[in-house]
Ligand binder design. Structure first.
Ligand SMILES: Cc1ncc(COP(=O)(O)O)c(C=O)c1O
Length: 435
């Protein structure tokens, strides 16, 4: 085995690490030029067509395109009527937006733990966390993995709860033949750069519920009434906001939806190629394929066995970065997940305006503390599940081979050193300070 680059050997790759990107092709460019030439930059025909295309692709009655996957979560909770005094059950293994949307409605997030293989909400723990205050559940299909939705929907029916599927990372994943996002009351998606379809910034909600659709529309556009179209005036009877998407983004999104099946298939092929190359490697577990549906691949994540490798995730990341396939900038971003219940906003119970509302609030008669040990499965996963690379469709075979070669080189060297009793730690204090 050749010497690791971090020990002074030659790196596997010199073309720079793989980074997330928009898949922006000739069709997207032409669509953008068209709306620009029409001088229709804000909501217009292309946005309407985009929403129709989304509704058709998912086989649902309503799709509403908005400014981001964060604002789409917010309008859904607002439409459910979640407010002060309510609790919403959320997952600790996700991006912060899945949980801060609860605070936006002045409600209290309650973390349930995840299942250790798929890293999605564990229905048994959800059930333990349900109280008379619970109003909704937000299951997140993380990395492209469909959530086992039947037990969650059973709980929702039993306790009269809303279900908001955060499918930001999982466009096209299926559960028992149904598209993820169409099973709960509302499905929420992000189309930011790097996601499965891209509009730069953007998101959308889907639902079959007419009433929820009307409300979400209103919350996204100053309480206007969708059914009245352009004739609708603004109704300021409720708090509302402007989360509209632009016509430029929608025009790009429309082109993306025409090729969504191809984008998904290319990502899946890239991921399966990596799995072929990495399976059986000491100390590495390749992504699980759930038995209840077909996953997609937003990101390719591997699980590290810290005993076999004799190192933590930071040492592994530093060694891969030295091989030229990993961007160390990711260790302080959303591609290095930390358990959400340990984020300062929750630990310090920070509300808007520096106040402790919704946690200490006359409407809230519960009590919650956030800290280590609350969700042990997720806490361990955050020490072991390594977000290796995007598998976006523009990657070439050589890119995938570089990633695989580097992982094989690093994992093999780590395992050999460890078996020989050699101790090492590449996580410098400077790197640790960035976590
Ligand atoms: C699971 C999840 N939920 C919500 C979001 C928020 O989406 P956006 O960045 O478009 O606001 C993201 C991604 O960025 C995400 O990964």
């Amino acid at each position: 085995m050749s010497k690791l680059a971090i020990d002074g050997g030659a790196p596997v790759r010199s073309r720079g690490p793989i980074v997330e990107t928009d898949v922006f092709e000739e069709e997207e460019l032409q669509a953008l030029l068209t709306v620009a030439k029409q001088k229709k930059l804000r909501r217009a025909e292309a946005t309407v067509e985009y929403e129709q295309a989304l509704a058709e692709w998912f086989g649902v009655k309503h799709a509403i395109a908005v400014s981001s996957g964060t604002t789409s979560l917010h309008i859904a909770l607002a439409a459910f009527g979640v407010g002060p005094g309510d609790e919403v059950i959320v997952t600790p293994y996700t991006f912060i937006a899945s949980n801060t949307c609860v605070l936006e409605q002045n409600a209290v997030p309650i973390f349930a733990d995840v299942d250790p293989v798929h890293l999605t909400l564990d229905p048994a723990d959800i059930e333990r966390k349900i109280t008379k205050r619970t109003k909704a559940i937000i299951p997140v299909a993380i990395t492209g993995t469909p959530v086992d939705m039947d037990p969650i929907m059973d709980l929702a029916r039993k306790h009269n709860l809303w279900v908001l599927e955060d499918a930001a990372q999982s466009l096209g994943a299926t559960y028992k033949g149904r598209k993820i996002g169409t099973i709960g009351h509302v499905g929420s998606f992000s189309t930011i750069t790097g996601k499965i379809t891209n509009t730069g910034e953007g998101g959308f909600v889907i639902t079959d519920d007419d009433d929820l659709a009307d409300k979400m529309w209103g919350y996204s556009d100053f309480a206007r009434k969708r059914a009245l179209g352009k004739a609708s005036k603004y109704h300021f009877g409720l708090p509302c906001t402007n989360y509209r998407i632009t016509n430029m983004q929608a025009a790009i999104g429309l082109e993306q939806m025409k090729k969504a099946d191809r984008l998904i298939a290319q990502r899946t092929a890239n991921a399966r190629y990596l799995t072929e190359r990495l399976k059986g490697l000491p100390g590495i577990t390749t992504p699980a394929e759930p038995e209840w549906g077909d996953r997609v691949y937003f990101y390719y994540v591997i699980r590290l066995n810290r005993q076999v490798l004799g190192a933590d995730m930071l040492s592994f990341a530093a060694a891969l970065a030295a091989e030229g396939v990993y961007d160390l900038g990711y260790i302080s971003t959303t591609r290095w997940i930390i358990p959400q219940h340990l984020e300062p906003v929750f630990v310090n119970k920070s509300g808007y305006g520096g106040k402790s509302c919704p946690f200490d609030c006359k409407y809230y008669d519960g009590h919650v503390e956030y800290g280590p040990g609350l969700c042990p499965v997720a806490e361990t996963a955050c020490e072991e599940v390594f977000w290796l690379a995007s598998v976006h469709p523009l990657l070439e075979r050589q890119d995938l081979d570089d990633v695989a070669d580097a992982v094989i080189k690093v994992a093999t060297a780590f395992a050999e050193k460890t078996a020989a009793g050699v101790r090492f730690d590449y996580g410098t204090p400077e790197l640790r300070a960035r976590l």
